[in-house]
Design a protein around this ligand. Sequence first.
Ligand code: SAM
Ligand code: SF4
Ligand code: F3S
Length: 474
Amino acid sequence: MEELLIDKTHDEARQGEAFAPESHSLEKFSKHFYIESYGCAMNFADSEVVASILQSEGYGATTDATLADLILINTCSIREKAEQTVRNRLSNFKGMKKQRPGLVIGVLGCMAERLKAAFLEEEKLVDIVVGPDAYRSLPSLIEEASTGQKAVNVLLSRDETYADISPIRLNSNGVNAFVSIMRGCNNMCSFCVVPFTRGRERSRNAHSIVQECEALFNDGYREVTLLGQNVDSYHWIDEHTGETVTFARLMEMVALISPLLRVRFSTSHPKDITDEVLFIMKQYENICNYIHLPVQSGNTRVLQMMNRTYSREWYIAKVDRIREILPDCGLSTDMIAGFCTETEEEHKDSLSLMEYCRYDLAYLYFYSERPGTLAARRFEDDVPLDVKKRRLQELVDLHRIHSLESMQKDVGKTFRVLIEGYSKKSEDDLYGRNDQNKVIVFPKENYKKGDYVMVEVHDCTAGTLIGKVIPPTP
Ligand code: SAM
Ligand code: SF4
Ligand code: F3S
């Protein structure tokens, strides 16, 4: 097993599936595109920007690749396995291209940025290669490709945020939506390819973010997740008023749209999350009490090699502070097992940090060397694969105990739940999430998607709380 993943923002189950909005019926458009997305929530959000750009060019989305004039894969480079998945998927499209020579195939996203024109040499069936900052050039690239030429644009930008583009929601339940608030990353974590594939960090115009969230609320959406690789370093200056908008202020602006609009965010870098953010979370009931705070390792020497800029003790102090200000805050993390030179003792520090933090959720990976990163250039990837996998399994096993414990602690409690849809297992049940991001399943009765209900929990599994709605007292 490479990793353990559960959750909307990181949901592997959604990887590679293609989505299309109901409004894009086949009859309505003369040309169609099919888009598959991989990687983080930001890539999924980008696919919705791409869908909007293509819709302006007369393309409708389809979930059936055999009906498409244009097939796009929005790719991820974070680990070797992610890139392998994309290569396998591309080889599946080979047959289709042979049968329909006019079909245009494009690769978007982080792998396109990492490999650039070399992609066209490696994967001969690809016609277009477009990096994350170049989606506005898609229409001209498609035109170029339709004449039989290969088309590439992988220019990274210092200011592109797609602020003026209204994303077309591709996989919408009409209740929750992702909203990108920034792009790129200025941190140089030594293991990470993102600064190379996404470029410099830049913050999106705060007013355009608020407008997008307001429009979503008016369309019936009840939850927005503000997205960035490092949301706490969001920083935007209003040219007209000179006002500086920090992440805390931005959250406040979004929270003020309506108390019925829930606000979530991801991801927080431990070095940047401030007390100001924690106090804003405390002040507004509709800002959810849940923080994804990736630690990566529990050992200070390894953290230094990772260039995370904090120590084990510093991270622990941050967790203590979160729990002091927000005692019932849900907490999740990312960890990497078997980073370069990690010893058995240092791995045990990751386990003991986990014991201390008792995360509600953890996304656990073994180290995968990425070409061009600081770690690839400076350090030897010297932990054998079987050792990495064994260490990962130990993290997974320990986390299972903690997540079950965390679920069991909630049995008997009552939570306010935003209903997101039918439970996967039965149309007689609905599901939603509580403030702390835990999934709760309960009998449908007369409730519906988008409603807020109070649910009393009477049972749980390792990943789900099970309960019953408590009707409001008349
Ligand atoms: N920006 C976030 C942060 O600061 O933690 C997350 C970035 S990345 C999209 C998500 C996670 O992938 C990271 O937190 C890290 O645990 C994992 N990851 C990144 N590079 C990796 C690598 N080379 N090998 C294994 N896991 C990696
Ligand atoms: Fe990668 Fe670090 Fe930036 Fe996260 S903060 S995207 S791990 S470089
Ligand atoms: Fe992957 Fe790029 Fe996101 S590398 S995790 S899709 S920023």
